[in-house]
Ligand binder design. Structure first.
Ligand SMILES: NC(=O)c1ccc[n+]([C@@H]2O[C@H](COP(=O)([O-])OP(=O)(O)OC[C@H]3O[C@@H](n4cnc5c(N)ncnc54)[C@H](OP(=O)(O)O)[C@@H]3O)[C@@H](O)[C@H]2O)c1
Length: 218
């Protein structure tokens, strides 16, 4: 790997038709208990968990590692891509322990700082959002070597488009949510099939009623 960034795993928990939520935003729970336990083990094996503000506002997840229902001895750092620093100071995500908020605001809200969040102002991308690769570089420089993204389709597609996803851990439940459900990966803007992001499957396992596929970037 040439870039100064952590190795990035993208975790997806989807329906058979690759949807992560209903159009109403309801997403808990698509996959089964066994898959969720495996996700907690994966969290414990990464230095950082990264999500997007869309997920924090919709689900307010803790993103801590609780493989057997209790906190794992190693907890990943937790971070959110949140350009306008909208992360709720009193939500479970912030209250569960130290979090880093990557934003582009000149004046981040005082209540987030008072709640103990670490606010890191980074460069905006051309679309005005906090720059993902700048966040990865900052995390790498502060010691992170492995990172797992658990987010909605917007951050997942940005990570795929930026070419920074090294592995995908994909949990697929035996349900169909239909085209009005939210896609796991939002628009990529591809115009040809000559060079789409491509992955090699390295394993496939049964996980209760779900399938757990592991993929590596080619
Ligand atoms: N099934 C599952 O496992 C699962 C997991 C996670 C989420 N979900 C569902 O996904 C839905 C939320 O999806 P989402 O796509 O809105 O959420 P998301 O990907 O978690 O967050 C997207 C937001 O992140 C912010 N952001 C900051 N920097 C960004 C960057 N460089 N690239 C992309 N985004 C950046 C943007 O808001 P700003 O412009 O304000 O910064 C953007 O709207 C919810 O319904 C949730 O329940 C499901």
């Amino acid at each position: 790997m040439s870039e100064d960034r952590p190795q990035v795993t993208l975790k997806l928990a989807t329906s058979l038709d690759s949807r992560i939520a209903l159009s109403t935003g309801v997403s808990q729970w698509i996959t089964g208990a066994q898959s969720r336990a495996e996700v907690h083990r994966l969290r414990a094996n990464h230095d950082v968990m990264l999500t997007g503000i869309g997920t924090v506002l919709a689900d307010d997840p803790k993103l801590t590692a609780r493989p057997d229902g209790v906190d794992a001895p190693h907890q990943p750092r937790r971070a959110v891509m949140d350009s306008r620093a909208r992360t709720p100071a009193h939500g479970a995500f912030v209250q569960a322990g130290p979090v880093t908020v990557f934003h582009v605001n000149d004046h981040p809200p005082a209540d987030l700082v008072e709640a103990g969040a670490e606010l890191i102002r980074i460069a905006p991308q051309p679309d005005g959002r906090a720059c993902l690769t700048a966040a990865l570089l900052w995390l790498y420089r502060t010691g992170a070597r492995t990172l797992m993204i658990e987010a909605g389709g917007a951050l997942a597609s940005r990570a795929i488009a930026a070419g920074v996803v090294d592995r995908i851990e994909w949990f697929r439940a035996p349900i169909i949510l239909g085209g009005d459900g939210l896609p796991a990966i939002a628009a990529l803007g591809l115009e040809s099939l000559s060079e789409p992001p491509t992955f090699n499957r390295t394993s496939v396992r049964e996980c209760g009623r779900d399938l757990w596929e592991s993929w590596e970037r080619i």
